[in-house]
Write a protein that binds this ligand. Structure first.
Ligand code: SF4
Length: 477
């Protein structure tokens, strides 16, 4: 246990996040027994001074004081976090790859720098000097911005559509999503009926506002856990209500849920991008993580989709899975490259509190090994012609690393970029789906999360659509 004393209690949680970058999921409280970290904020001659002390060491970090509303709060938080980071680095001798960054998308900071005219080498240096990001990760960010050129500037009258199917055939051991196992499937039909009601109400609102759909994405869960008939009904309704998507993705994540009929339904309804996710090509690991399929089934599903004419297939892999070492992971990566999907997403295992791995007390892989896996993936994918195009980080990831989407030229997924960079409104349908409404003039995002519980979602769908309507009309009208 750690006791953290700070005279900026409003930032207690953010300081805890920095400490956990170094110490993992340690318990931190403002009082009680345990090792003590003391933070004292003060101001002198226009400078903020952040003093951090623990175990006989002391750090003093200064930053120019900023005045005025939100920017003052933002900069003060940044100064306090940086001081805390410097103390922890000194105490542990560890330099996390993403430096002091927690809870913010690193690409967002690069875009902010660009708006101030700081680009290329200067932007990378700013990330290294201000946030202690490693040169390698700063380079990764530059490469991503390069890939996003021309894709992030969304016309003002467009939005993306997300449809969530919260059902899976079994639950993966690392899953933290609002996904119910299918069981006897009793909830599926009522769920689809509620979903279509929500979609109809939202489509009417989009028409009223004269907004057009840009990219559509069906995720979950596993959309292909539905039957071919259910999938067809849903996609037809989506296309009728939200016509004209420039990109249509359906996550066909579990290879054991894919068959010829379902793939034909996707093609008939204009879906041109699907995700067939190996996660690993080791059958033993697949068993441990609770995926009810084999590596061979992944290959067969992929080849069937290819034969039937899908021209954009994505594959997801996870680094640092239980029991896997660097060589195991790189073997899966090599097998993926051999299959030649148009895009590959490399996740780093995150052990969320609501996952089975967490309940089972599984310990995260060694940070160095995880880092070698994702670095190896980046090198191998670059050699095979893939470039990174989006990135995000989550809590509890092995080695505090990242998830990165790679694509061959021309195959970056618009929806993934829009969702991560928050440059487009996201209209989200279904249990647990989160509408993120961008108000471009104020550069502000408001979220409207739907209920995660499937039964409650079904009962209260009208209420959620009404809440979304109120939020959206509060500014758009
Ligand atoms: S496929 Fe995805 S949503 Fe379904 S159980 Fe696995 S991690 Fe969760």
């Amino acid at each position: 246990m750690i006791r953290l004393e700070t005279n900026l209690p409003a930032f207690f949680n953010e300081l805890c996040e920095v400490i956990r970058l170094f110490l993992g999921a340690v318990e931190i409280r403002p009082e009680g027994d345990g090792d003590v970290i003391v933070h004292e904020h003060s101001e002198e001659n226009g400078l903020w001074i952040e003093r951090f002390a623990a175990s006989g060491r002391e750090i003093r970090h200064t930053a120019p004081a900023v005045r005025g509303g939100l920017e003052e709060k933002r900069q003060l938080k940044r100064a306090a976090k940086t001081g805390c980071f410097l103390l922890m680095r000194e105490l542990t001798g560890v330099s996390p790859p993403w430096g002091s960054l927690t809870g913010i998308r690193p690409t967002r900071l690069m875009y902010e720098l660009r708006e101030r005219g700081v680009e290329g080498e200067a932007a990378r240096r700013a990330m290294e000097e201000t946030f202690y990001v490693s040169p390698d990760k700063a380079r990764l960010l530059s490469d991503i911005l390069e890939m996003q050129k021309g894709l992030v500037d969304t016309p003002e009258n467009e939005y993306d559509l997300y449809i969530g199917i919260p059902f899976c055939t079994t639950r993966c051991a690392y899953c933290s999503f609002a996904s119910g196992e299918l069981g006897k499937g009793a909830l599926v039909e009522p769920y689809l009926a509620a979903l279509k009601r929500e979609m109809a109400l939202d489509a009417a609102l989009m028409d009223e506002l004269g907004l057009a759909v840009r990219a559509a994405y069906m995720g979950g869960g596993t959309p292909t856990a539905l039957t071919a008939r259910q999938l067809d009904g849903l996609l037809r309704e989506a296309n009728r209500l939200f016509p004209g998507a420039r990109e249509w993705t359906v996550e066909a994540g579990r290879p054991d849920t894919i068959d010829r009929d379902k793939l034909q339904v996707l093609l008939d309804n204009g879906v041109e991008r699907i995700s067939v996710n190996p996660q690993t090509f080791s059958d033993e690991t697949l068993r441990i993580i609770g995926r009810a399929h084999t590596a061979q089934q992944t290959v067969e599903a992929y080849e069937l989709a290819r034969q039937m004419g899908f021209h954009h297939i994505n594959m997801d892999l996870i680094a640092a899975l239980p029991g896997e070492n660097e060589a195991d992971f790189l073997r899966s990566l090599a097998r993926t490259v051999e299959l030649a999907p148009e895009s590959v997403t490399v996740h780093t295992l995150a052990i969320k509190r609501s996952s089975r791995l967490h309940e089972q007390g599984y310990l995260q892989a060694d940070a160095g090994a995880a880092a070698r896996m994702v670095d190896g993936a980046r090198r191998a994918l670059a050699a095979a012609g893939y470039a990174p195009y989006y990135l995000y980080r989550q809590k509890y990831m092995a080695g505090n690393l990242e998830n990165v989407g790679y694509a061959r030229p021309g195959y970056a997924c618009l929806y993934n970029i829009d969702n991560m960079e928050e440059t487009t409104r996201i209209l989200a349908e279904g249990a647990g789906a989160i509408t993120k409404w961008l108000f471009p003039r104020e550069r502000r995002i408001e979220r409207a999360p739907n209920l995660r519980n499937i039964e409650q979602y079904i009962q209260r769908v009208q209420e959620m659509a009404a809440r979304k309507r109120t939020l959206i009309l509060s500014q758009e009208a």
